[in-house]
Design a protein around this ligand. Structure first.
Ligand code: GTP
Ligand code: MG
Length: 332
């Protein structure tokens, strides 16, 4: 991922673009040999000022968005889920269209002003330019608004380094994934006592000895078919699919999350089926509460920290075993 995040400027509305351009143009005043000459030169300066400023700004917007063809699969799919790739492309191509149209009007009306035989015609032709130019910019009102919304959404996407081994924390909503992420990594995700607190992917780092790992907190998943998943859940699926070197699956046997263990177990089975070959670590969270637990898995408490050090050791050992396995696969 490049530095595009810093590059995308605030996208102005049609009205703001026009107000800014017309305000600047209203100050233009070019002296001439005779009044007719001065009016002509002044209006030429106004048309150029309005046209240049707006066209440059529109093209700057279009160029600031990342070129999806150049981005990796994970990123472009994430943008698709969060923003909608087709909608984004449509908005950007409308903005490009408006820039071209505006530039065309600018050239056409410059010519008309130059050819105008008298002051009245210059004024009339210039007014006509204002009208047509404004109408083009107003036509892309909704595209500019969309681009602004997309910009805000893109800026919130995490920066993920594909080179760093990545631990993805998954499970039902409200089981304590974010609390656990916060405990083991530098991430500071929101933790709250209701489902779907986490609405996007969050990334933190975990340092163990010489190694640094990425820890990715994901939105909660319900046990249901892929087609029924909403945009929030789909982000979790993308993280599992593209980023996970290891999946830590969190259970809440206290069921204070609001979901039964049966449903949580069913989700684990379906996630395991969907991502074969990725090592899973299953943990039972909220050990500080009064619950029996199943006795099948390590017990932890993301709240008190109980069992968390052991979990980190287990993650390390599992990733190390993975590394060795991969080295075995290399040609000798
Ligand atoms: N008692 C207890 N409560 C916990 C523990 N871990 C998390 N919680 C509480 O469970 C609730 C949900 O925690 P989160 O970390 O937001 O859960 P999540 O899985 O990230 O939830 P979503 O983002 O909504 O999917 C919060 O009220 C936490 O304080 C724990 O180990 N013990
Ligand atoms: Mg969360």
């Amino acid at each position: 991922m490049t530095d595009w995040k810093r590059r995308i400027p605030t996208i102005m509305t049609s009205q703001e673009l026009l107000d800014r351009a017309f305000a600047r143009a209203s100050k233009a005043e070019v002296p001439g040999s005779v009044p007719f000459d001065s009016v002509k030169k002044t209006n030429i300066a106004k048309i150029n000022g309005i046209g240049d400023m707006t066209v440059t700004t529109l093209l700057k917007y279009v160029r600031a968005f990342p070129r999806m063809e150049k981005e990796d699969e994970f990123f472009s799919q994430l943008v698709d889920v969060v923003v909608g790739l087709d909608d984004l492309k449509k908005a950007l191509s409308s903005i490009t269209w408006a820039a071209e149209k505006a530039s065309h009007l600018q050239r056409m009306y410059l010519h008309k002003v130059k050819k105008a035989p008298n002051i009245d015609t210059v004024a009339k032709v210039t007014r006509e330019f204002y009208g047509r130019f404004s109408s083009v910019i107003k036509q892309i009102e909704k595209d500019l608004l969309f681009a602004q919304k997309a910009r805000d959404a893109l800026k919130q996407l995490p920066s993920i380094d594909p080179e760093i081994p990545t631990i993805v924390i998954a499970g039902y909503p409200n089981v304590g994934k974010s609390q656990l992420t916060e405990r083991i990594s530098t991430a500071k995700p929101a933790v709250a006592p209701y489902p779907f607190t986490t609405k996007g992917i969050q990334v933190g780092h975990l340092r163990v000895g010489w190694h640094t790992y990425q820890v990715v907190d994901t939105p909660g998943l319900l046990d249901r078919e892929l087609e029924q998943r909403n945009a929030i859940e789909l982000q979790a699926i993308l993280a599992l699919k593209y980023l996970a070197h290891i999946i830590v699956f969190v259970f809440d046997p206290s069921e204070t999350c609001g979901y039964t263990m049966d449903r949580q177990e069913a989700l684990l089975r379906s996630v395991r089926d969907s991502f074969p070959g990725i090592p899973f670590i299953e943990v039972e969270n909220k050990a500080d509460l009064e619950w029996g637990g199943t006795g099948k898995r390590p017990r932890i408490s993301a709240s008190t920290g109980e069992g968390v050090d052991e979990l980190v050791k287990l993650i390390e050992a599992t990733l190390k075993a993975e590394r060795l396995e991969r080295m075995d696969e290399l040609p000798q």
